[in-house]
Design a binder for this molecule. Structure first.
Ligand SMILES: [Cu+2]
Length: 135
C-alpha cells in the first residue's frame, strides 16, 4: 500500500511537471474568415500569444466579392469572454489602409475570449466572432 501511494505521488508529480513544461498554447484560431453574398471579411490575431492586461491587436480586412476594399465601414468590435459576466471591453478601430482595419483592446483576464465584430451594411447587420486565448 505504501509503495502504491508512493507511485501515485510520483505519477502526480510527473503529470504536473509535463503540464508546467508545455509551452503556452497559441491562439485558438489565429484567423477567422467570413463570406456571404456581398462581402468577404477576415480577422487575424496579430500577436502569437495574447496576454491579459496587455494590448491585443487584430487586423480585419473587408472586401466585396471581387476583392475591392470596402472603406469607411460601419464596424463595431468588443472583446468578451463567452460564458462569463466580465463585461464588454471596448476597442479602438483605425482604418490603416483602404479596407484594412486595425483593432486594439485590452483583454483583462486570462482565458478564452472573442473579438465580436458587428458590421452594418445598408441592408443588414453581420456578426463575426473571432476566438482567441489570453495567458
Ligand atoms: Cu472573465
Amino acid at each position: 500500500m505504501k509503495s502504491f501511494m508512493l507511485s501515485l505521488g510520483l505519477l502526480i508529480v510527473l503529470i504536473t511537471g509535463v503540464f508546467l513544461l508545455l509551452p503556452p498554447a497559441p491562439n485558438a484560431a489565429a484567423k477567422t474568415d467570413f463570406q456571404d453574398g456581398n462581402v468577404r471579411m477576415t480577422v487575424l490575431s496579430n500577436e502569437k500569444i495574447a496576454e491579459r492586461m496587455k494590448m491585443s491587436t487584430f487586423t480585419l480586412t473587408l472586401t466585396d466579392l471581387e476583392g475591392n476594399p470596402i472603406e469607411k465601414a460601419d464596424l463595431k468590435v468588443i472583446l468578451q469572454m463567452p460564458n462569463m459576466l466580465c463585461g464588454n471591453i471596448p476597442t479602438d478601430i483605425v482604418e490603416s489602409k483602404p479596407g484594412t482595419y486595425l483593432i486594439s483592446g485590452i483583454p483583462v483576464m486570462q482565458g478564452s475570449w472573442e473579438a465580436q465584430v458587428s458590421l452594418r451594411l445598408p441592408d443588414k447587420l453581420i456578426h463575426l466572432n473571432h476566438p482567441f486565448t489570453t495567458h
